[in-house]
Design a protein around this ligand. Sequence first.
Ligand SMILES: Nc1ncnc2c1ncn2[C@@H]1O[C@H](COP(=O)(O)OP(=O)(O)OP(=O)(O)O)[C@@H](O)[C@H]1O
Ligand SMILES: [Mg+2]
Length: 595
Amino acid sequence: MPDPSTSQKIALHLEEAKSLAQKPFRFYVKKNPRQFFLGIASLLFTNGLDSLPPLLIGFVIDQVTEGEPMSKVFQTLGLLIIISLLISVFRYFWRIQWGQYSYGAAEDLKNKIFSKYLNLGQTFFQTNAVGKLMSLINNDVNSFRMAIGPGVLILLDALFISSFVVPLMIVLSPSLTWKTLIALPLIPIIISRIEKLIHESYKEQQDQFSVLSTSSQEILAGIRTIKSFASEKDYENKFNTESKKYENICNQVARLDAFFAPTMEIGVSIGCAILLFMAGPEVIAGTLSIGALFSFYQYIQKMIWPMTAIGIGVTFWQKGRASMDRILEVLSTENDTPDEGREEAQQFESLELKGLNFDYPGQGSFGLKNIDLTLKPGEVLGILGKTGAGKSTITDLIAGLYPVKKGSLLLNGQPLQNFKQSSLRNLITYVPQESFLFSDSIYNNTLLSSKAKESHVHENLETVQLEKEINNMPDKHKTVLGEKGINISGGQKQRLSLARGLIRQSPVLILDDSFSAIDANTEKNILSELHEKKKNQSLIIISHRLASLNLARRIIVLKDGEIEAVGTHDELLLNSPTYNLVYKNQISPTTEVTL
Ligand SMILES: Nc1ncnc2c1ncn2[C@@H]1O[C@H](COP(=O)(O)OP(=O)(O)OP(=O)(O)O)[C@@H](O)[C@H]1O
Ligand SMILES: [Mg+2]
């Protein structure tokens, strides 16, 4: 039975992803409005209160210089302490709110991207390297978080501080205010010039980071091969070259970043110099008190941060936008094998391929041509063909990994895409040619799907002749496998994958070269167990070894993507040259025959 809650959840995720793609920032504000607006309100209070101490200190200076009673001075100082305490409370509060808001958004975005990955077809993974997909979920999500969290916060902080500080400066001395802040309009001009450069450089930096992740991930995954060919140096050089490119781009981004803060600070320093130059005569003339001059100077100092902050905030924002562009590219990718079927595949009646043609996306050299094939309940169908003939391609299509564009692929007389994918997975189990094991216990690797019955683990490991070997391991079924099952043999991996397929007890089981790493005797035992237990199960067994096809009454012989012949062993000996060659080769291994 399909799991409605999971499919509903996925549909919801995809629906949300659409509105996220349109306005990412607004999307997350709407999702967590309480935290967002409470954060802003607390920030506003913090900034408002924070603009008062310079004024109060100026008062204290004037109170002392003008000989006011000490009780008044203490009153002002007491107020100053209360304000400082309130500032700390509000600052704590906005940090908490804002942290929850931005981390919450990042987590949600990660989940959405991951859900998208899981729901995209094979074609997507064919054109997107794992390293790129990993860096998207880590790096790019983080820089999006920095943009909508600290980035927006810094910009608001700058806005709030300026809108509190500038009016207070005007109250103290309008003429000094405009003279010292005359450099302000230069800031947006400089920013608009540089923001485009930052956006482009940062996108380049993230792209190169993906290349680097892909390269390191591939090298580590293939470390056995690299070592056995003594190619460590070559791969080290390859990695170093990519790493150098990344370093150069990072330097370029750092140079642009570094340009901002000093530019802003220079503006403020010029303002301070103008202040001291202009304020002297006003103090001497008595139009400006010493306390007011002190407050004014403090406010100029306070304006350093907002001016610098605009630069930093805009940089965060640009980086976040570049990352979001990359994320949206994935979120808006259409699945070429969408799960849009409505029918439940309840039981297996027939599987038919009619005039099926297929080319891998973007590859012109290979294609399946005019494949006709039928499978009935209880039948065992063999597919034989030399390496590269197209055997796995046929099974990938039956498993629904690629879309069928020409010809038809029918289950129970209906196109495969009419069925819900979850119900198809229950009906057809596909054991791929490449065994993939997770870094988990043997037990969990065998069970894999929650739909499998736990009580069947031992029974199926017995069927694939693995139970005895596992019992000899110190931790038995709890033995934890290394990455990709590195601590067990190739044949054991293959048999574990086979047990994983058998345990689902689905009406159709496809075994793609599932015996290639297993010795002839063990293979014979497994096949006889399979024969005994299969009952009404239909099997498609793929191999280039005749021994593996013993159970098959009917065998399809593939050659260069086309069916050369179909028939029983005896019929194929009469009408299939490929089958004849394989037969001669495998019955009499000394005969020099090649396919
Ligand atoms: N993901 C892919 N993208 C592009 N071309 C592919 C892809 N997978 C396979 N091919 C090409 O399609 C052809 C058929 O491959 P397929 O894996 O179906 O062969 P096979 O009969 O299963 O071979 P083998 O016995 O070696 O497993 C090959 O020429 C191969 O290069
Ligand atoms: Mg294959």
